[in-house]
Design a protein around this ligand. Sequence first.
Ligand code: SAM
Length: 267
Amino acid sequence: MKAKRRFGQNFLRDQGIARAIVRCINPSPGQTLVEIGPGQGALTGLLLEQAGRLAAIEIDEDLLPVLRQRLEPKGLQLIAQDVLTVNFNSLAHELQASTLRVVGNLPYNISSPVLFHLLAYSHAIEDQTFMLQEEVVDRMVAAPGSKTYGRLSVMLQAKYVMEKCLHVPPESFWPVPKVQSAVVRMQPLPVENPLVKDWQVFGGLVTQAFSSRRKMIRNTLAVYLDRLDLQALGVDARQRPEELSVTQYAGLANQLTDSNVTPLSPC
Ligand code: SAM
């Protein structure tokens, strides 16, 4: 079967790497696993062996018959749908689960949209373990002050504790991609004390702050400055966007929320 570029298909071929990813996930019976993009089942079969059952969301209808034949008898429930249209609250309800463990070797062409889609469901998710482009994983886990720290780092670190688990070389896939890959584990922060009061305001402010990395905060956030108390958060107006911590961004956004300012751009 041909790999379809439009669905970001790079199938995992290396059994050793597949087993290492499953070790990172460490599934047990009784947990409710949801795989995004099972493809030809490289991870699915191994996950089923350990978890006993699993739901998998796959957009490519040509892959479904083989998956059905091979893995439905072993406990696979296939959902033929675009993951970006899946409501994970309803899915948890349908699967009679309080929380879901979401996993997958994500199609690289839609990895950021998938991550942003899942942000809204973090209360229904126990953890997420994904294979992504290594460059994206490095941006996700980057610390303030580093070159890779940016909007993606701030938005995701406000919601998850994240850990890079594994490096995966290009030869582990067919077709061989031009990029390196890595596995990241993401655990939502407790929902009781959210860092951010209004997610849309936070997204707008962070997007605005990083609209120009070379400019100082007093310039990128100029439109908000009269409503912000930078000093209260230990922020110097001459700092560059990559020098502020996630907590400082959350604090600034919360100040805007308390002053009822509409964000410039939605997240
Ligand atoms: N898990 C398999 C593996 O490791 O070999 C396949 C990984 S491949 C990188 C990505 C998979 O996601 C493909 O099976 C592709 O068809 C599927 N996919 C792409 N876009 C999707 C979408 N919007 N919703 C659900 N699945 C999607």
